[in-house]
Design a binder for this molecule. Structure first.
Ligand code: NDP
Length: 292
C-alpha cells in the first residue's frame, strides 16, 4: 500500500494535495508555518504536526509545497538531519537553477530528491485535467509512482532536476503571453462597450483555433530554415503589429503586452531578415541576452 507522506505547507495547493492523499488512503502528516491552517486537512483525516521536524518524522516521502525557493530553505535547513535517508518531492515552483540547487543541497545530506511542476490549479488536483511534470531522482519517481498518480498524470523527464521546472516555466510563458493578449483585447473591446465576458466567448474559440498553428511553427523552428515556404514573413508581421499598435493608441489602450514581440520583429527587419518567416523570432530570442 501507500507509504506515509508528509506535506509541508498548507496554502491553497498544499491543502488540495493533503486532502487528496488522505481521501485516497495515504497516511498523511501535515504542517504549516502559521498555525490553524491545518483544519481542512485534519478534518479529512491527516495528522497535524506542531513543527516541520515532527511532521518530517511522520513521512517517508516529504512533499514541500511552499511559496518559493527561499521558503523551502527556511523550512528545511533547520531539519536537514530529520530528512537524511528520506525521499523528498519539491512541488514548490522553483526555477530550473533553483531546483538544481535544491538537488545538490539534498544530495550532500543523503536525501533523495525529486522535483515536480504542477500543471493544475488546486481544484483540479486528482481530476482528469491535472498533470504534474517530474525530474530528478528516478528511484523516488518509481517508488512513489502510485502515490504521485493520485494527484494527476505523472510524467518523468529524466535525472536533470531542473528539467521539470524548465518545462513548467516554458508552458507558463506561453500561458502568460496568451493571458496578456486576452487582457489587451478585452481592454480594446471595452472602449466600445463590449464586456470582457462577451469578448471571451469569441476569444476562446479564436485562440483555440490558433493553437493549431503551433506544430507547423515548431517544424520550421526545428528545421532552422526560415527562408523556404514562408507563410508570413517578418515585414508582413510588422505591418500587422503596427496596425494593432495604432488601433491601441487610437483607443487609448497601452500596447505593452505586445510591445516586446513587436520590438523583436523590428530588430530582425533592421538586421536584414524582413523576408524571413515570423518563426525566426525564436532565433532573435536566443540571440538576445536576459539583460534586455
Ligand atoms: P499559498 O500562497 O496559498 O501558500 C503559500 C504557502 O507557503 C503557505 O503554506 C505559507 O505558509 C507557506 N510559506 C510562505 N513563506 C514561508 C516561509 N518563509 N516558511 C514556511 N512557509 C512559508 O500558495 P499555493 O499553495 O497556491 O502555492 C504553493 C506552491 O505551489 C507555490 O510555489 C506555487 O507556485 C505552486 N503552485 C500553485 C498553483 C496554484 O494554482 N495555486 C499551481 C501550480 C503551482 P503561511 O500560511 O504560514 O503563510
Amino acid at each position: 500500500q501507500y507509504s506515509p507522506v508528509t506535506v509541508l505547507g498548507l496554502g491553497a495547493m498544499g491543502r488540495a494535495l493533503a486532502v487528496r492523499f488522505v481521501t485516497a488512503g495515504v497516511p498523511t502528516t501535515v504542517w504549516n508555518r502559521t498555525p490553524g491552517r491545518d483544519a481542512e486537512a485534519a478534518a479529512a483525516g491527516a495528522v497535524p504536526a506542531a513543527t516541520a521536524g515532527a511532521a518530517a518524522r511522520g513521512g517517508e516521502l516529504i512533499v514541500t509545497v511552499l511559496l518559493d525557493h527561499a521558503s523551502v530553505h527556511e523550512t528545511l535547513d533547520p531539519i536537514a538531519a530529520e530528512l537524511a535517508g528520506k525521499q523528498w518531492l519539491n512541488l514548490t515552483s522553483t526555477s530550473p537553477e533553483q531546483s538544481r540547487e535544491l538537488a545538490a543541497w539534498a544530495a550532500a545530506r543523503g536525501i533523495d530528491f525529486l522535483d515536480g511542476g504542477i500543471m493544475a490549479v488546486p481544484a483540479m488536483i486528482g481530476g482528469p485535467g491535472s498533470s504534474i511534470l517530474y525530474s530528478g531522482s528516478d528511484s523516488v519517481f518509481q517508488a512513489q509512482r502510485q502515490t504521485l498518480e493520485l494527484l494527476g498524470s505523472a510524467e518523468y523527464f529524466g535525472s536533470d532536476p531542473g528539467l521539470a521546472a524548465l518545462w513548467d516555466f516554458a508552458l507558463l510563458s506561453s500561458m502568460y503571453a496568451m493571458f496578456g493578449g486576452f487582457f489587451q483585447g478585452a481592454a480594446l473591446m471595452g472602449t466600445a462597450g463590449v464586456t470582457a465576458s462577451e469578448f471571451a466567448t469569441r476569444a476562446t474559440a479564436w485562440v483555440a483555433a490558433m493553437t493549431q498553428s503551433l506544430p507547423a511553427f515548431a517544424k520550421i523552428i526545428d528545421g532552422g530554415d526560415y527562408t523556404a515556404d514562408v507563410f508570413q514573413d517578418l515585414v508582413f508581421t510588422k505591418s500587422a503589429l503596427d496596425a494593432l499598435r495604432g488601433a491601441a493608441a487610437d483607443a487609448g489602450v497601452t500596447f505593452e503586452p505586445l510591445g516586446g514581440l513587436a520590438a523583436l520583429v523590428d530588430r530582425q527587419i533592421e538586421a536584414g531578415h524582413g523576408a524571413d518567416a515570423f518563426e525566426r523570432t525564436v532565433e532573435e530570442l536566443r540571440a538576445t541576452t536576459s539583460s534586455r
